[in-house]
Design a protein around this ligand. Structure first.
Ligand code: GTP
Length: 332
């Protein structure tokens, strides 16, 4: 079975981290998100993944130079301009000549979903499109479904106003499609969530498969951080990671608690790092403190970083405090 994985977005919510690294190439537990996702798809029977690329394709091609990620073959479809989610799926599927049932996944979804079970449900429903659903407490910032008892989706509403959600079941970003879905997508920029799903639901061809698997949309800073820390806490089925990369240098008099410390990171004496992710090549200098933050750049001695992001070119000056902010700040 083949899959299209969407990895061409700008990742604006994770700026400044995504100034230098496209979101799906950011590490979760020392591995690029995309590698974890492709591995999960492979475990569910996917043998070939078409990466739907747009913005900044080169890092993906450099990371997988032989066109393989584990046991899964990778091909690349690079859009000439951003086509939004549905446009990107059609462009990638047509580039790869997909003409059979296929899987689609958002490149920033970390989940323990059994993809083979999703495909089996799709076939059992006889659906045109089947989407993985997750129940959440506040569905208002997601695509929400109104579902019938037989699993068919009566309506699909993207980001409903608070209080107007038809259920608490949200689009979890993994789908199975028949190729007929492609014929529903017109040329140009088209959103799968806003245009295609409501159309298929209206025609009665859309079904939902709700599970209570681990699931996180790692596209927002707090969730990207959680996606990393959840690999330490043991909540993931069969997945975990080392807290500190063997390639990192952590001074014996530094304190690291509930944090992921990436490759080539340097943490100096007296520094403390709590509930945070230090991305590859980050530096936390003597007696600096990093708490609930994502750091790629440099935190100078005695600086404090709290609930913040430091991009690859970001430097927090000696004795400075960065709180609930980011450096460098995204351009207006
Ligand atoms: P934000 O800018 O922070 O909203 O992130 P994003 O650009 O990644 O958008 P979003 O998280 O809503 O996108 C969901 C998935 O679709 C992600 O995996 C994106 O990489 C991908 N995506 C979004 N727009 C496009 C596009 O125009 N082309 C391609 N190929 N992928 C896209």
């Amino acid at each position: 079975m083949r899959a299209v994985v969407l990895v061409g977005g700008f990742g604006t919510r994770l700026r400044p981290l995504t100034n230098s690294v496209p979101k799906p190439m950011l590490p979760v537990g020392h591995q690029p998100m995309i590698a974890r996702l492709v591995e999960r798809l492979g475990g569910g029977g996917v043998t070939e993944v078409v990466l739907a690329l747009g913005f900044r394709p080169e890092p993906f091609m450099e990371a997988f130079p032989d066109g393989r990620c584990g046991d899964v073959a990778l091909t690349y479809a690079v859009e000439p301009e951003p086509l939004d989610t549905a446009g990107a799926i059609r462009f990638a599927a047509e580039s790869a000549g997909i003409d059979d049932t296929f899987v689609v996944a958002n490149g920033d979804v970390m989940t323990d979903l059994d993809v083979a079970a999703l495909v089996a449900e799709h076939r059992r429903f006889g659906a045109e499109a089947t989407i993985h659903l997750i129940g959440v407490d506040d569905p208002s910032s997601f695509g929400v479904v109104d579902m019938a008892d037989n699993g068919s989706v009566k309506a699909f509403v993207e980001k409903p106003a608070p209080g107007e959600e038809p259920s608490n079941l949200i689009n979890a970003g993994t789908y199975v499609f028949e190729p007929s879905v492609l014929a529903r997508i017109p040329d140009g920029r088209v959103s799968i969530e806003r245009a295609t799903f409501p159309m298929i639901a209206d025609d009665g061809g859309m079904y939902g498969y709700a599970t209570d698997d681990y699931w996180i949309d790692a596209g927002r800073p707090e969730f990207y951080r959680a996606a990393n820390l959840d690999l330490l806490s043991g909540v993931r089925r069969d997945q975990g990671c080392e807290a500190i990369s063997p390639l990192a240098r952590v001074h014996p008099e530094a304190m690291i608690r509930n944090s992921v410390v990436g490759d080539r990171v340097d943490v100096a004496a007296g520094a403390s790092v709590v509930d945070s992710v230090l991305l590859p090549d980050a530096r936390v200098e003597a007696h600096a403190s990093v708490e609930a933050s994502l750091v790629m750049g440099v935190v100078r001695p005695h600086a404090v970083v709290r609930d913040s992001m430091v991009g690859a070119t970001g430097v927090v000056a000696e004795h400075a405090t960065l709180e609930c902010s980011a450096t460098p700040l995204p351009e207006a």
